[in-house]
Design a binder for this molecule. Structure first.
Ligand SMILES: Nc1ncnc2c1ncn2[C@@H]1O[C@H](COP(=O)(O)OP(=O)(O)O)[C@@H](O)[C@H]1O
Ligand SMILES: [Mg+2]
Length: 236
């Protein structure tokens, strides 16, 4: 397997790291059938890729064999953000038959953490993800790893994430504080559930901790609405 060196140059704080640890614990308690976990959001830039990396890194540090799989073939960020010096190949090239699995998987400088990059952007990511070759890949990968964290494009605008969700056990919705309406978040949750993927929970990201008052009001509302959605589903 080829190897890349990734540098985490992000400025995260205590609250962020604690929130990641809590989320990780929740994922571990979701059950042993939850191995492939998708992260999505309603819009771009809500913080999916950052959270995906942090979760994957922490899970690997806890001794599990972890793969970070970037399926966002529209906006791939990892190589650039984490200062990967080599030019790397990725998923779009694999799915279109240009490279084999040996050129797809990379080990990293983080122990137990491997990565699959998205590869160069392609005009038809949904079509590529819908092919049998992607299902086969997911089946093979889940035999080799304890956890696979799957980064996706936003679900509110593009359908790729729903296609990927069909192949995942659980989904985490990343919601940027003060940026998403309940209506849109609900639409996205419904889409996730329709794909047969379990919703593990939601992360409220980019919260301005100085505006405590708003934070508690917003998250309270969100949780309430989420509970209601579950009730509605149980009725049906
Ligand atoms: N908790 C946070 N607080 C402040 N900025 C953040 C936070 N999470 C992500 N960002 C910033 O927001 C931008 C988008 O994050 P990214 O993870 O690329 O989002 P996405 O993958 O959802 O498009 C990046 O510049 C990132 O550094
Ligand atoms: Mg991203």
């Amino acid at each position: 397997m080829k190897r890349v060196s990734m540098q985490d140059v992000r400025k995260t704080d205590y609250y962020y790291e604690e929130a990641i640890k809590t989320l990780l614990t929740n994922i571990k308690f979701a059950g042993k059938d939850v191995k492939t976990i998708l992260l999505t959001s309603c819009y771009p830039n809500e913080g999916k890729s950052d959270i995906t990396f942090s979760l994957a890194r922490e899970m690997a540090a806890s001794g599990k064999r972890v793969l970070l799989l970037d399926t966002d073939m529209r906006k791939s960020t990892y190589a650039l953000r984490f200062r990967v010096a080599e030019s790397v190949s990725g998923l779009s090239q694999f799915l279109s038959g240009q490279i084999g699995i040996a050129d797809l998987l990379y080990s990293t400088n983080y122990e137990n953490l491997d990565i699959i990059f998205a590869g160069p952007s392609v005009p038809n990511p949904s079509a590529l993800l819908g092919e049998g070759i992607f299902s086969t890949l997911m089946k093979k990968l889940r035999e080799h790893y304890d956890y696979i964290f799957v980064d996706t494009p936003p679900l509110g605008t593009i359908i790729d994430a729903a296609i990927v969700a069909q192949k995942c056990d659980g989904a985490v919705l990343v919601v940027e504080s003060e940026a998403v309406s309940h209506k849109v978040a609900k639409k996205v949750l419904v889409q996730i559930e329709k794909s047969g993927c379990r919703t593990l929970g939601a992360v409220l990201n980019k919260v301005d901790m100085k505006k405590d008052k708003y934070y508690s009001r917003y998250s309270g509302k969100y949780a309430a609405y989420y509970e209601k959605m579950k009730e509605d589903q149980n009725k049906n």
